[in-house]
Ligand binder design. Structure first.
Ligand SMILES: C[S@@+](CC[C@H](N)C(=O)[O-])C[C@H]1O[C@@H](n2cnc3c(N)ncnc32)[C@H](O)[C@@H]1O
Length: 357
């Protein structure tokens, strides 16, 4: 188990400490990372703030938190404390790898998405904030489609499980299917699901215990308090190429089991020769998660063309795409006989998600 550098044991006489304090290590890492840049070659930060110095500071803090078990929020207060040799060495090794370009999320094995903390490995795309627009748009559609039947959603190309699990968190009564053509990615998604489901179950049991004690007149309250515990709906995982991951019979005459009210996908949409592939985090992410033929449009078109028999009447297909692809994607929706077609913009005003029913 990792130990925090503020624990009594690590400050006890005899513990092996370096001469370096928290402030020393952070300064050393910031200088190293700012000098290395983020690898995208334009002096911009992959974290989107456009400033390598800020990215270097944030990365250093996150890596120190990971290596030394010292939360970022406590690092200022701990600035003068000496860091034991083992976590200091682990931190310096992570900083060296980050300076070589490796994404912070792969170094820590963690990435926050929606309200979830996900495990990520180099087998999966690192979930992006842009994909939260896909989730938000999907939830707005689901909210307007309350019926007597159980809501059924499909995520194609789930990667770490980010979008499917965010939907499962927000729609605990829905039945969700998540697919990927990568067995390694699906393993990560399944592991995230099991961990989050176990945590949701534990929170529910704590809340149930609380409520039983309250009914009995006791005043005990857990950390969950009076709020409902966060649930997590049922998700099934399937391996395969887009819709071929669904049961075989459904490819020709889909039974209702293979029809959905909502299909979402963030497919690979970068053109094979795009120079961005040689920069920043993209250099380390799975090529199959990023690249698609025909200027990045081949998989988008394949999905749009194959989706209609898998949609319930009035069901929606919702796709993330590059902001330069919105017009082409709308044209494909219309060519494949979708009727109500709309593009949604992110907070920066970029057209990032298009849906059709
Ligand atoms: C851009 S990533 C999106 C990952 C995840 N949904 C997210 O938003 O973080 C695309 C995903 O599609 C998967 N993929 C690529 N080609 C596929 C195919 N033919 N069939 C199914 N999944 C595919 C990749 O393995 C990858 O996980």
């Amino acid at each position: 188990m990792r130990r925090g550098i503020l624990t009594a044991e690590l400050r006890a006489p005899g513990s092996t400490e370096t001469a370096a304090t928290v402030a020393d290590l952070l300064r050393e890492a910031r200088d190293c990372l700012a000098a290395a840049g983020d690898g995208d070659g334009d002096g911009d930060g992959v974290d989107g703030d456009g400033d390598d110095a800020i990215d270097a500071r944030v990365d250093a803090e996150v890596l120190l938190s990971h290596a030394a078990g010292l939360p970022v929020a406590t690092q200022v207060a701990a600035a003068g404390r000496r860091v034991p040799a083992a976590p200091a060495a682990a931190f310096r090794a992570l900083v060296a790898r980050r300076a070589g370009g490796e994404p912070v999320a792969y170094l820590t094995g963690r990435k926050a998405f929606w309200s979830l903390e996900l495990t990520v490995t180099p087998a999966v795309l690192i979930p992006r904030p842009e994909t939260e627009l896909l989730v938000e748009t999907a939830l707005a559609f689901a909210a307007g489609r309350r019926g007597s039947r159980r809501f059924r959603a499909l995520e194609l190309g789930t990667g770490s499980g980010a979008a499917a699990l965010a939907l499962a968190r927000e729609l605990p009564d829905a039945a969700i299917t998540a697919t990927d053509s990568s067995a390694a990615a699906l393993q990560v998604a399944r592991a995230n699901y099991r961990r989050l489901r176990a945590a949701a179950g534990a929170a529910a049991r704590t809340a149930a215990g609380d409520s039983a004690r309250t009914v009995a007149g006791a005043t005990a309250r857990s950390a969950v308090g009076d709020s409902a515990p966060p649930g997590l709906g049922a998700v099934e995982f399937r391996l395969g190429d887009w819709f071929n991951a669904l049961p075989a019979s459904s490819r020709f005459d889909p039974p209702s089991r293979s029809r959905f009210d909502l299909i979402v996908c963030n497919p690979p949409y970068i053109a094979p020769g795009d120079p961005h592939l040689q920069r920043g985090d993209l250099r380390f992410e799975p090529r199959a998660a990023l690249v698609s033929a025909n200027h990045g449009l081949a998989d988008l078109e394949k999905i749009i063309a194959s989706a209609p028999p898998h949609l319930n009447p009035g069901g929606m297909l919702l796709l993330e795409h590059a902001h330069t692809q919105a017009a082409a994607v709308r044209e494909m929706f219309s060519r494949h006989r979708f009727t109500v077609i709309a593009t949604h913009h992110d907070l920066a005003g970029h057209a990032r998600v298009t849906g059709g029913t």
